[in-house]
Design a protein around this ligand. Structure first.
Ligand code: SF4
Length: 115
């Protein structure tokens, strides 16, 4: 399996979507979102746009990585970039298995009885 890289291109508007969903990967930096050194092979925290350091798979497993495509897709400015071999990871659907009922609202139970 090849290496996987995640980096952030210029244009982050600091909406905090990625940081709230995957705080173990994304950090708030002075010039926007950065990729935490804790999940990178070079252990540097930065946008990773020039370094392109691969993810340390000993730290971030395939199961944990498969959420990142969803996070990247939800970035409003599409500046989260995934490169390398993500074929073994796939794309997770975080809503899989949830029952949204007829209203489409996950907070309303199918029986119609609010919690
Ligand atoms: S989701 Fe995109 S725009 Fe929002 S904080 Fe993350 S990188 Fe920046």
């Amino acid at each position: 399996m090849g290496s996987r890289v995640i980096w952030v291109a210029p244009g982050c508007i600091e909406c905090f979507w990625c940081q709230q969903l995957a705080g173990e990967v994304f950090a708030h930096g002075e010039r926007g979102t950065e990729i935490r050194g804790a999940i990178r092979l070079d252990h540097q925290t930065s946008s990773n746009s020039s370094d392109r350091s691969p993810i340390d798979v000993a730290v971030l497993s395939d199961e944990e990585s498969n959420f990142l495509q969803f996070v990247a897709d939800g970035c409003p400015t599409k500046v989260i970039r995934l490169e390398g071999d993500w074929s073994a990871v796939g794309v997770a659907d975080p809503f899989e298995g949830l029952d949204f009922g007829e209203s489409g609202n996950p907070e309303v139970r199918k029986s119609g009885s609010p919690a």
